[in-house]
Design a protein around this ligand. Structure first.
Ligand code: NDP
Ligand code: PYC
Length: 338
């Protein structure tokens, strides 16, 4: 028997919607969450694709998620939109605020969307890539639960704190990167544990502070930042900008608030949107062409751009379907009651 299963995109959406509807989650949240997990699965980002539905269902079952959350939008300042996610999933809050922040960025050149009180479980590229598709540049940041030790320490302080950036490229997929400021996402370590495989060296410490490649020990101990003190400082920046700056929790507070329940992190998110047209007044084309010199210099020597793997997976999987572990598929069918 094969240890993987391949399903169509339509089947994946139906499965996700069926699972989430059974929890009593509002239709708007079912749709927003399904959209992000299926898009992420289409791009072969396995740690944040359909696998995430297990965590979403758990977070709902333990009573953490407001199933009927109605995100509330406030116009805070000429360049700032705030969305209170009402203790629902971030995906719906993003939908509620994104058009308003884009409108402000088009007028002012730069605008920020601050999302508060959201449960965030997803990859960040689905939030910035569509902005670059509209000709904008964007940055997204969010904390998580404190699982990551600072460089030189052994005790978890930071979340895995992802950072994503998107830049528009006329006639081509945007330039997008999206990664944790920990050496790897926690979801990757979880997938290794599920597959019974060791993780690479340099990703985590066990609960006694010794380096480990055992994913179970790593999940009990502390993850490490990428790039030592540089990742540590960037992770601190993510905590500050998407935490105290917008009046929301640090990863240590989110973890304490979770009280060992193991639900998705509850905190804020900051998305910055830049309109190149406003910065460049009449010289947009020549400067987007200048940016292409950079991309050509990277790819011209055989290096690849971030997101190239994703775009290739998207092309392949939209035609050929989504291949996931059979064990995960079984768990999803059970959650769907099928
Ligand atoms: P990776 O370390 O795999 O890095 C991912 C990024 O680096 C992607 O943009 C990827 O592009 C690019 N990349 C990878 N290899 C190369 C290469 N050889 N050359 C050029 N670019 C490359 O990801 P992480 O484990 O750090 O994070 C995975 C996901 O987890 C992210 O989507 C992140 O948002 C999510 N996450 C979410 C959190 C949350 O709180 N919501 C917390 C932490 C992580 P490509 O995809 O094309 O390979
Ligand atoms: O993979 O580190 C992770 C993560 C945290 C929250 C959502 N994903």
């Amino acid at each position: 028997m094969s240890d993987t299963v391949t399903i169509t995109v339509a089947e994946a959406i139906n499965l996700s919607m069926t699972i989430l509807r059974r929890t009593g989650l509002s239709e708007a949240q079912c749709d927003a969450v399904s959209d992000v997990v299926v898009r992420t699965q289409i791009d072969d980002c396995h740690s944040h694709g359909l696998y995430r539905l297990l965590g979403c269902v758990h977070s709902i079952a333990v009573g953490r998620i407001n199933k009927t959350a109605e995100p509330k939008l406030s116009d805070m300042a000429p360049g700032i939109v705030r969305v209170d996610a009402d203790h629902g999933f971030s995906s719906l809050a993003y939908r509620a605020g994104i058009d308003a922040v884009v409108a402000k960025a088009r007028v002012q050149g730069l605008a920020a969307l601050a999302i508060n009180n959201c449960y965030h479980f997803s990859a960040l590229w689905p939030e910035v890539e569509p902005l670059a598709d509209q000709g904008l540049a964007a940055i997204a940041l969010t904390p998580s639960h404190s699982w990551v030790a600072p460089a030189g320490g052994t005790q978890p302080v930071f979340g895995t704190n992802p950072f994503a950036f998107a830049w528009p490229r006329p006639g081509q997929h945007p330039f997008v990167f999206d990664f944790a400021t920990s050496a790897t996402a926690r979801g990757e370590i979880e997938l290794h544990r599920r597959a019974g495989k060791p993780i690479a060296d340099g990703l985590a410490l066990d609960d006694k502070g010794s380096p480990t490649t055992d994913p179970t020990e790593a999940l009990k101990g502390a993850m490490l930042t990428f790039g030592g003190h540089k990742g540590s400082a960037l992770s601190t920046m993510v905590e500050l900008l998407a935490g105290p700056l917008i009046g929301d929790m640090l990863s240590i507070e989110s973890k304490a608030d979770d009280a060992q329940i193991g639900a998705s992190p509850l905190h804020g998110e900051l998305i910055l949107v830049f309109d190149p047209e406003s910065f460049l007044a009449g010289a947009l084309g020549e400067n987007l062409a200048r940016a292409e010199l950079l991309f050509d210099a990277i790819t011209g020597q055989g290096a690849r751009l971030p997101s190239q793997r994703r775009y290739e997976a998207r092309e392949r999987n939209q035609r050929g379907g989504l291949t996931i572990p059979a064990a995960l598929f079984g768990e999803l069918l059970e959650l769907a009651g099928l």
